[in-house]
Ligand binder design. Structure first.
Ligand SMILES: Cc1cc2nc3c(=O)[nH]c(=O)nc-3n(C[C@H](O)[C@H](O)[C@H](O)COP(=O)(O)O)c2cc1C
Ligand code: SF4
Length: 678
């Protein structure tokens, strides 16, 4: 018997949860045709197998047709969801992991121009900033049908054998009724708090009438909107008591904040550089004020904080959601006392930003997450030990080294710099993004366990590599900034990396021309603005920094708006000239032949990287595959077996930005999917 507070069982009504760790509801946007099919099931089953006690599936599963998904959610209004949810539930139950689902009606938090093109409904006409639909004021017949839809959806989940459901009430229809910010109704559903809660109480009653007393029903709700005119902490406590008094609610899953804007959402779900466990004490206050079990998640991404939450009785079940995306095996590692091996969630929130912009949730540094059907979380040993030589110790090179080491190969890594990390070192230069370095640190620790030899300050020449007689050579040398994008004056500009690395001092009046649209442009601009420089960010695109995405943009804007950074969209820097120490920028646009001139004293170009690939091309002629990747084999998960040069001495591959400028996830995925079969 262990006395670890996290590993103690928890009795939720009749249901024994085997430990205190749960995954809260989060839609990774994996449904196919609105159904949780094989990919979805494999994702949850992996985490169930590794010991999580409760997985709250879906996220905003739609109960009604006029609540069309905003990021490919499960369609709980369809009967065909029952067999799919049953298969998922059975797969998790096999590992003694309880399964529930979050059901919702989004109200105004969606769009009308998708799905069945039905008008969006809400208890006011107020538009939500994030999703932009102007809602129809909800009518009595809408309320009646939506209550029935909730009950129908709950009954489907009951039929599928789930242990329970959770109703979403933060930013969605349910709390749009609660909050005076979003409820302008009079009469039975507007006005007093009791009236504003009426819809919820009727939904609960309708659900209970279908699923009985035993089925677990909880509410995930904002108990303090932290917004002027919204639900206050006091009103939130009152709401908690009203929910408890119904006798129909089995748990409260506490949220603090509002999600109708990107900054609001980011405060509810803090990203890297923001406080850890920001709302945990508040959840503890709700627990004190009610007798219901309390669940909570918000950036509790390390085991020590989770343990503190349980040991101090702040919550009954602690959510570690993104932490489980980064490492599905947290619980099994706690049990095995190998917590130090947990792949850390670095809070990059690439996962959540991607559900809106990229189509599915992927972890920045675990390329197996969401790809459980093809990519292993545990690396299998190889049949034959090989000597693998890797050039470059950035994210791609180190992931290749880690995977090769776990396969049991002899691995030698050569890195020109004194430290590992490549471009991640640059990202981590910003205090706010310092956690990124854990992507590297974790791999260095894992490599050390596999006896991977890493040689720093070593510029590998092709002849040195050949002399080692390797079986496989991996080129992961990354890239160098490409500023050569102007008609003239390329020699007068500096790169975003020069600024981030501190190699070039900030000017006073600076133009950052960013047509890569990634973190480096904004990161450089923020560093410059922090020195007191006047900074203008210019992009030829119609919006700036598209690859930074919604939640990641929030901390940049908070910092840069205060520093008066300005943004010019749809303009292209054409050329730069110098006269009397001033730089004159010739500025055009892709939209017309319009041209203007502006002066600055420093111009920074952010235009991605060009591959550092000399060594690859030098090694290519002596390789068996002539550097070629058999893409069919790669995608199918088969070993690389192409022989294009029978006299070749080794297989040769290149990965990450040594191929072309992409991002950290792509670099790590390149490495994992190649090396797992070598
Ligand atoms: C990809 C993704 C999708 C999410 N979707 C939902 C959702 O549909 N409903 C919900 O209540 N929370 C959603 N969340 C929020 C999580 O449940 C959780 O509150 C949040 O990630 C903070 O917990 P963590 O720091 O342990 O990740 C989502 C989170 C992620 C990462
Ligand atoms: S992308 Fe970042 S926040 Fe999301 S799970 Fe991975 S490490 Fe955590």
């Amino acid at each position: 018997m262990t006395n670890d507070p996290l590993l103690q069982p928890y009795q939720l009504k009749h249901l024994t949860l085997k430990n205190r760790i749960m995954i809260t509801s989060h839609e990774p946007a994996y449904p196919e045709d609105g159904m949780p099919k094989d990919r979805y099931r494999a994702y949850h089953a992996e985490r169930a197998k590794a010991g999580v006690a409760l997985t709250m599936t879906a996220g905003s599963a739609a109960v009604s047709r006029d609540s069309p998904p905003v990021f490919n959610n499960i369609l709980a209004y369809k009967d065909e969801v029952v067999p799919w949810m049953k298969r998922l539930t059975d797969a998790c139950h096999e590992h003694d992991c309880a399964v529930m689902i979050q059901l919702t009606h989004l109200g105004r938090r969606t769009g009308w121009n998708k799905g069945d093109w039905l008008p969006v409904v809400s208890p006011s006409h107020h538009r939500e900033a994030s999703h932009r639909a102007f809602p129809k004021l909800i009518e009595d017949w809408d309320i009646e049908r939506i209550i029935k839809d909730y009950a129908d959806a709950a009954e489907r989940m009951y039929a599928a054998g789930l242990d329970g459901i959770e109703l979403q009430a933060y930013g969605h229809l349910m709390d749009q009724f609660w909050s005076q910010r979003t409820n302008t109704l009079e009469g039975p559903y507007g006005g007093s708090l009791q009236n504003r809660m009426r819809f919820t109480l009727e939904v609960l009653a309708a659900i209970r009438a279908r699923v009985g007393e035993r089925f677990i029903v909880g509410v995930r709700y904002t108990a303090d909107e932290l917004a002027s005119g919204g639900i206050s902490a006091n009103e939130g406590l009152e709401i908690s008591r009203i929910l408890q008094a119904t006798g129909q609610v089995d748990f409260l899953n506490v949220i603090r904040g509002h999600i109708d804007t990107d900054p609001g959402l980011t405060d509810v779900i803090p990203i890297q550089g923001m406080p850890s466990a920001a709302h945990l004490d508040f959840a503890g206050e709700v627990k004190q004020a009610t007798e219901l079990p309390v669940f909570h998640a918000a950036r509790i991404n390390d085991v020590a904080t989770a343990r503190h939450a349980i040991a101090n009785g702040l919550v009954d079940m602690v959510g570690m959601t993104r932490a489980h995306m980064a490492d599905p095996h947290i619980v099994s590692k706690i049990i095995a006392k190998t917590e130090q091996d947990i792949r850390p969630c670095v809070g990059a929130t690439y996962c959540l930003d991607r559900i809106y912009q990229g189509g599915d949730a992927l972890c920045i540094h675990n390329a197996a997450t969401g790809r459980e059907l093809q990519m292993p979380h545990n690396i299998a040993p190889a049949d034959h030990k090989k000597h693998i030589v890797i050039v470059g110790a950035g994210p791609a090179g180190l992931e290749a080294a880690r995977v090769a080491g776990e396969r049991g190969h002899k691995v030698s890594v050569f890195e020109a710099a004194a430290k590992p990390g490549g471009q991640v070192l640059l990202s981590a230069q910003s205090e706010r993004r310092a956690e990124m370095i854990s992507i590297i640190d974790w791999r260095i620790e894992q490599c050390a366990k596999q006896d991977v030899q890493i040689h720093y300050n070593t510029w590998a020449e092709a002849a040195d590599i050949s002399a080692l007689a390797p079986d496989v050579v991996i080129i992961a040398t990354g890239g160098m900034p490409d500023t050569d994008v102007l008609e003239s004056g390329n020699e007068l500009v500096v790169s975003s990396w020069d600024i981030i690395a501190g190699d070039i001092k900030s000017g006073k009046n600076v133009l950052v021309f960013d047509d890569a649209g990634d973190h480096a442009g904004l990161q450089a601009a923020e560093i410059l603005a922090n020195t007191g420089a006047k900074v203008e960010i210019m992009t030829p695109d119609r919006s700036f920094a598209p690859d930074v995405m919604a939640m990641n943009l929030v901390p940049y804007m908070r910092s840069m708006q205060k520093l008066d950074v300005t943004f010019s969209v749809t303009y292209r820097l054409m050329s730069v000239a110098i006269a009397e120490g001033k730089l004159t920028a010739s500025i055009g646009t892709d939209y017309s032949d319009y041209l203007k001139e502006q002066t600055y004293d420093q111009i920074v170009v952010n235009h991605g990287t060009l591959p550092l690939d000399d060594i690859y091309f030098e090694l290519k002629p002596d390789s068996t595959n002539l550097g070629a990747v058999d893409q069919t084999a790669l995608i199918a998960g088969n070993p690389q077996a192409q022989v294009l040069n029978a006299q070749g001495k080794y297989q040769l591959f290149r990965i990450g930005d040594a191929v072309s400028c992409r991002n950290t996830h792509a670099a790590i995925y390149d490495a994992l999917r190649l090396m797992k079969d070598i």
